[in-house]
Design a binder for this molecule. Sequence first.
Ligand SMILES: [Zn+2]
Length: 430
Amino acid sequence: MSAISRFRARLISFELDASDGVQMVHIEDGVLSLSGSKIAGVQSTAEYLGQGGDIEACEDLRPALIMPGFIDTHLHAPQYRIMGAFGTRLLDWLEKYAFPAELAFADAQYAAAEAEHFVNTMLANGTTSSQLFTTTHAHTCDALFAAAAKRNLCLIAGKVMMDQNAPSGLLSAAEVCARETQTLIDRWHHRGRAAYALTPRFAITSSERQLDYCRGLRQANPTVLVQTHLSENPEELAEVSRLFPGAKDYLDVYESYNLLGPSSTFAHCIHLSDGERSRLFDSQSKVAFCPSSNLFLGSGLLDVAEIPWDNFSVASDVGGGTSLSMLTTCAEAYKVCQLKNRTLHPYELLYAATAGNAKALSLEQEVGQLKEGFWADFIVVDAEHDIALRKTNWGLEHLEGALFSLIMFGGRQNILRTYVAGELVHGGAS
Ligand SMILES: [Zn+2]
């Protein structure tokens, strides 16, 4: 029989109601019970006591909040160390910073050490599930999956597929790349909490031959996911139309190779035509909104009002993005949306970063909410860490205001503890 742990705290999580929009599920004084790696109960303390529960058996974490761990739908593990690289936009940024950073991963020992460090940093920021890019090197993919498996962490990842328009050390010929990808799928897909995502970087770095292999891999492995970039920057768009003269638009490149669908995540999607948007949404594909990256690289402002919740997710896009923290990512999302005349409520932002992103990755029955039977992936949050957080937040009620302040002023310093599958993986007794 597995051990039961119980925590007393303010419990919050978020859900999308078809008629009322995003709602917060809030228990001001609650007990979260775990049984091994799963959540066994979420109830008020009064209810717990009414059922004969022993309050001495609960670790009292009040006034801290317990909420689901964050989920990041798009980022690049090997770019962690180049966050904040100065002075370029997308294509030059790739040449000058991203590709050299990824070339360093040719050294398998370096890749393994970086994977450990990266996973620990992600957990310190309260992110407990993610979908990420590795590098072209199969051993980087192995190292990240291994680091996640060691912690029973939910990870979706893939080897980056590139066979043109990048340094030779990062290219792999279409056939070789497909073979290595299949080996990685066989090794990692649906092993424990891992899942594999086919990862063509973007249209510019894959030949038609490679995209054709990608289609074949998807056909042979129908449950793998797909992650790539789409319509991030005007120079990129011009280059895609030069390289694929037969395509009617950027989306058509991916569409022709059967890469759209409910398990496909397209990062950015800023400069889409109306036609591309409706085809993308009709296919149930997911958009990863990457506000920090879009601002930092000057790529543009996504019009979030155009995107249905069913197709929406929010992501850090490290290292184009400048923070691994999903709180900071939500703050940047708020600001981008203000510029597009759409005000996102704190509940909407926190929904997106938890249950919404879980849905985008088809994990909504497993993570993203505090619910009985879900994985015990959660964070203990100090919502009063900084003096700024104790101020009244004008225009919002108390808890709404505190959560909005947490988003705007908070970050890694507010994550007191992170639990994955019921185990403490970051932080400890305060
Ligand atoms: Zn990206």
